[in-house]
Design a protein around this ligand. Structure first.
Ligand code: UDX
Ligand code: ADP
Length: 463
């Protein structure tokens, strides 16, 4: 079977970049990305590709090359499903905010809706690919919906988890460490797997394309994210011990990272990990473990989240304590709001929680982020439902310029490691601030000695 038409449901951080790269690398395949959100599709179709709704280095160039040739963005979900041989499901699966599994299980309502829509529309056999991070055994649910509500056509369900990290999505997609495809070991299942392998083989060498059963594939995604997040929580746990004892966590990280068994990646102590995957996936893992009665397994992984929450709180507490135990009516400037550099995504960003704590202490928060709008910041805070929308409105001021944001501030806190922050004229920032001027570096991107020589009272993480 040769694939010539692909449809992807969901034009978000995963679906958008992934389909753009598939379209660029497979000019003979027509790729249509659909979404219910009309504004989002309109933005993807903006004549100026610098205005596409997702910021990722290198993405706008790829969209400029492929869009209109074999890459299309549309709101006509049913038409795209009908025409495609392969349908990727790339819709969001947030943590449930209600009912059974609240705060832990993944909310599968968007997935179920997609499955029902595919079942309704499909008049020929289709391959359905799970791309979103899903709890183990979701494929089974999708299959059951498709088989029981469909028009009698055959569906093959594949799990093809996405390992791209935001901010490096394009390079991750172009040079993946591996591609994972899970499917049934029946002849039809194998045919579907091979068809998808052939798509990726257009630019990924075959020895990097792994095929497994569906459950292994689904669980591998959760496991990879749990292991990565665990490394951050482990080094963050050491960061507090370093602060108390006079060790420097960056030195410790370097020393252990050179051990080839440990390796150097994902050992940066920080104000805490964020993003749409780590917390959600671990909570999912915990929920699955609990539902099988595996209390110790669940508790083990839950501790990764507990440590991460603690690290965020510890950072806001440190700000309050250092500022003489009160930040009421003080101006605290945040540099960065995104959960990491080179993305405009803010989901679960540490900045949200640190801001929330400081607003509880009646501070005013001035924010500058090169890619995040004030509306998004306020949405993030309002989502926590800690206080009224009006109160958040009056406590958060967004700036288009970092120097303006820092003027008259009592403290500056770095929440995101944007490269441009290290290139700032920190003397100028210091001179414009209230004295004593405090600098809290939640990402350890500045040189402590240099900042202290300017006059700042500097506090990093873990030293
Ligand atoms: C992650 C996984 O890396 C990716 O494979 C998966 O598909 C989705 O989840 P992402 O959330 O985009 O990707 O970003 P990632 O680079 O993993 O960073 C997650 C968070 O951890 C960020 O807030 C980042 O700042 C933080 N982090 C990362 C640290 O605090 N220290 C580190 O050493 C590394
Ligand atoms: P991710 O990071 O997983 O890509 P996003 O929230 O960025 O998550 O993107 C998911 C997209 O899926 C959103 O743009 C949302 O509008 C879209 N979506 C959700 N449910 C459906 C559906 N049933 N049909 C089409 N699009 C959907």
């Amino acid at each position: 079977m040769k694939i010539t038409k692909i449809c992807c449901i969901g034009a978000g951080y995963v679906g958008g970049p992934t389909m753009a790269v598939i379209a660029q690398k497979c000019p003979n395949i027509q790729v249509t990305v659909v979404d219910l959100n009309e504004q989002r599709i309109k933005d993807w179709n903006d004549p100026d590709t610098n205005n596409i709704p997702i910021y990722e280095p290198g993405l706008s160039e790829i969209v400029a090359e492929a869009r209109g040739r074999n890459l299309f963005f549309s709101t006509e979900v049913e038409k795209a499903i009908d025409e495609a041989q392969v349908i990727f499901i790339s819709v969001n699966t947030p943590t449930k905010t209600y009912g059974k599994g609240k705060g832990m299980a993944a909310d599968l309502k968007y997935i179920e809706l997609c499955a029902r829509q595919i079942a309704k529309v499909a008049k020929e056999n289709k391959i359905v690919v799970e791309k979103s991070t899903l709890p183990v055994r979701t494929a089974e649910a999708i299959k059951s919906i498709l088989d029981n509500t469909g028009n009698g056509v055959q569906f093959q369900i594949l799990s093809n988890p996405e390992f791209l990290a935001e901010g490096t999505a394009v390079t991750d997609l172009l040079n993946p460490d591996r591609i994972l495809i899970g499917g049934d070991s029946t002849p039809e299942g194998e045919e579907a797997i091979n068809a998808l392998v052939d798509v990726y083989a257009n630019w990924v060498s075959r020895d990097k394309i792994l095929t497994t059963n569906v459950w292994s594939s689904e669980l591998s995604k959760l496991t990879a994210n749990a292991f990565l997040a665990q490394r951050i929580s482990s080094i963050n746990a050491m960061s507090e011990l370093c602060e108390k004892t006079g060790a420097d966590v960056s030195e410790v990280a370097k020393a252990i990272g050179m051990d080839s068994r440990i390796g150097s990646k994902f050992l940066k102590a920080s104000v805490g990990f964020g993003g749409s995957c780590f917390q959600k996936d671990i909570l999912n893992l915990v929920y699955i473990a609990k539902s099988y009665g595996l209390t110790e397994v669940a508790d083990y992984w839950e501790q990764v989240i507990i440590m991460n929450d603690y690290q965020k709180r510890r950072f806001s507490n440190k700000i309050v304590q250092t500022l003489y135990n009160t930040v009421a009516d003080k101006k605290i400037t945040f540099l960065g709001w995104a959960f990491k550099k080179d993305t405009n995504d803010t989901r679960e960003s540490a900045a949200i929680y640190v801001a929330d704590d400081l607003i509880n202490e009646q501070a005013t928060i001035a924010v500058f982020d090169p890619k995040v709008s004030r509306d998004k910041m306020l949405n993030d805070l309002n989502y926590l439902q800690t206080r009224s929308v009006e109160d958040n409105n009056s406590k958060v001021v967004a700036f288009n310029d970092a120097y303006d944001a820092c003027k008259g501030a009592h403290a500056v806190a770095i929440l995101t490691e944007w490269d441009e922050f290290t290139a700032y004229d920190w003397q100028e920032i210091y001179d414009s601030m209230h004295k004593p001027a405090f600098l809290f570096d939640g990402r350890n991107i500045l040189n402590s000695k240099e900042m202290e020589s300017i006059g700042f009272i500097y506090k990093g993480i873990g030293s």
